[in-house]
Write a protein that binds this ligand. Structure first.
Ligand code: DX5
Ligand code: ZN
Length: 228
């Protein structure tokens, strides 16, 4: 059962920055404990990175893992980031697995507007992601159809890479375009230092994997990334 706060996280008005730990850097052997630990220590939601070995040179997780996380954390907002060539085939499976937001890449092989419609029909909010080197002109005409705009600040595929500061120009442009109920997410190399730059550039959803999970104090790092 999805509670209303959880269902509306990416369709409600932008307010304070949200911190979204990416479980890609969690210890998969104790995944449920890792998820509960970051949520107990102040995270706002969980970010699940899905990779197909084609769109990016890596494999990660699928609907069954999402379903397992949902079973252990019944009231946590689950944000799925699809780094795959054909995300359309996975909209319904992830909705059934308890996902709340489903983000597709503008560089995928399918029509983003049709994907946004199908994602909404499946009861999830819709995100559109852009890689660092992609022309913003591809994303610009699609912005109004999505609840969340994800700006990648590393080359997708792996956690632990260095933040690419040039993408802050993209978030500043988005900040000037979006409506009050739309959200800007930064993903890649976000830590307490780069998190500040992201917030100043208009981002309100900060994804972070290694900066949170690869050191012992999850709560303090979440607080510093949020800037509170
Ligand atoms: C990269 C993923 C990111 C990644 C972030 O392809 O989309 O969500 O897990 O990892 P860090 O925060 O370590 O750069
Ligand atoms: Zn991601």
């Amino acid at each position: 059962m999805v509670n209303s706060k959880m269902a509306s996280l990416f369709s409600a008005a932008r307010s304070m920055p949200m911190v979204a730990p990416s479980i890609l850097s969690a210890d998969f052997g104790i995944l449920a404990d890792e998820c509960k630990a970051v949520m107990d220590q102040g995270a706002d939601l969980l970010h699940l990175d899905v990779m197909d070995g084609h769109f990016v040179p890596n494999l990660s997780m699928g609907p069954s893992l999402c379903s397992a996380v949902r079973n252990h954390l019944p009231s946590t907002f689950l944000d799925v980031h699809m780094m795959v060539t054909n995300p359309g085939a996975f909209i319904v499976p992830f909705a059934k697995a308890g996902a709340n937001n489903f983000t597709v890449h503008v560089e995928c092989d399918e029509d983003p507007i049709e994907l946004a419609n199908a994602i909404h029909e499946a009861g999830m909010t819709a995100g559109l992601a852009i890689k660092p080197e992609t022309d913003f002109g591809l994303m610009e005409p699609l912005v109004e159809s999505f609840d969340l705009l994800l700006v990648m600040s590393v080359h997708p595929g792996f956690s632990g890479q260095a933040f690419i500061p040039e993408v802050l120009e993209t978030t500043k442009r988005l900040d000037g375009m979006i409506g009050p109920n739309q959200h800007i997410q930064m993903d890649g190399g976000v830590d307490p230092e780069t998190g500040l730059l992201c917030r100043e550039a208009g981002c309100d959803v900060l994804v972070s994997a290694s900066a949170i999970f690869k050191q012992p104090d999850y709560g303090r790092t979440i607080e510093l990334i949020r800037g509170s």
